[in-house]
Design a protein around this ligand. Structure first.
Ligand code: AMP
Length: 282
């Protein structure tokens, strides 16, 4: 695996591959890697011949008072994990390399960014749009791999790629969980053992809702119960629990497999904001 920190060096390294039509797969991350990230590398290796991963904690997607400063950074361990997973190139730019000047252009995502996480993190998806479009322009992969864990991010990136005719296919990979159900996240490192236990309420609520949706329960019954349970769980402050159609993020009138409904949750456990989701009919 070759580690590259400069944009031009990465372009130069990838150019010969592109000339030979070797398919490039790209996995953007913010580091502090876990098995969820590695599953994206595995998916990229299955589909493409050259796998590029990036590790960059993107300041543009953090709001004031969020955890940009304390976001876990573990460059060496990340590089080891990526190398072991069969990554060909690791792009680890500095902040100055990615943002030599503050971006003069802005990106305004559509109404999909106004709900769920977009409500409590204003500007977050605009910041994600900026970094993902910059990285896609730098790497120019045929495929880019994202995790369904960030369901809203996946939809917004798909819309951006479609709206701007970006020549890349977006692949969405399933959520990787710990054995007890907690979705793997770099932010799980922040959790004390007590908090981690409280955090299990998120995946438990999603599993309950999925089970009862399949048994015919209606949206309001499911969301009312899940919100009540989570609100009553010690150590948790619920941000949202919603059931939405995965392609529109709108609340479905009826719960049928054709709408592809998904239950999505976000909650603070102590100072840590966790998100998770589950498709109701798959
Ligand atoms: P992050 O480093 O948190 O920005 O995540 C980088 C990529 O890894 C994103 O596409 C995430 O959706 C994906 N990802 C994060 N956690 C998981 C997980 N538990 N399972 C699968 N993909 C994940």
């Amino acid at each position: 695996m070759r580690i590259i920190t400069h944009i031009q060096e990465l372009r130069d390294a990838l150019q010969p591959l592109r000339q030979q039509n070797i398919p490039i797969g790209f996995v953007p991350t913010m580091g502090a890697l876990h098995e969820g990230h590695i599953s994206l590398i595995d998916a990229a290796r299955l589909k493409t011949t050259c796998v590029v991963a990036s590790v960059f904690v993107n300041p543009a997607q953090f709001g004031p008072g969020e955890d940009f400063e304390r976001y876990p950074r573990q460059a060496e361990k990340d590089a080891e994990m990526l190398e072991k997973a069969g990554t060909n190139f690791l792009f680890m730019p500095s902040r100055e390399e990615m943002y030599p000047v503050p971006p003069r252009f802005t990106l305004t995502p559509g109404e999909s960014a106004d709900v769920l996480c977009g409500k409590s993190r204003p500007g977050h998806f605009a910041g994600v749009g900026i970094i993902v479009s910059k990285l896609l322009n730098i790497v120019q992969p045929q495929y880019a791999f994202f995790g369904q864990k960030d369901l809203q991010q996946c939809l917004i990136i798909r819309q951006m790629v479609e709206d701007f005719n970006m020549p890349v296919k977006i692949e969405i990979c399933p959520i990787i969980r710990d054995a007890d159900g907690l979705a793997k996240s770099s932010r799980n490192q922040y959790l004390s053992p007590e908090e981690r236990k409280s955090g299990l309420a998120l995946s438990a609520a999603l599993a309950w809702v999925q089970k009862h949706a399949q048994a015919g329960a209606i949206t309001s019954t499911l969301t009312d119960f899940a919100r009540k349970t989570l609100n009553e769980t010690a150590g948790i402050r619920l941000d949202y629990f919603e059931i939405v159609e995965s392609e529109t993020l709108k609340t479905p009138d009826i719960l049928i497999p054709e709408n592809n409904p998904v239950a999505a949750v976000a909650a603070w456990v102590g100072k840590t904001r966790l998100i998770d989701n589950e498709f109701l009919f798959s």
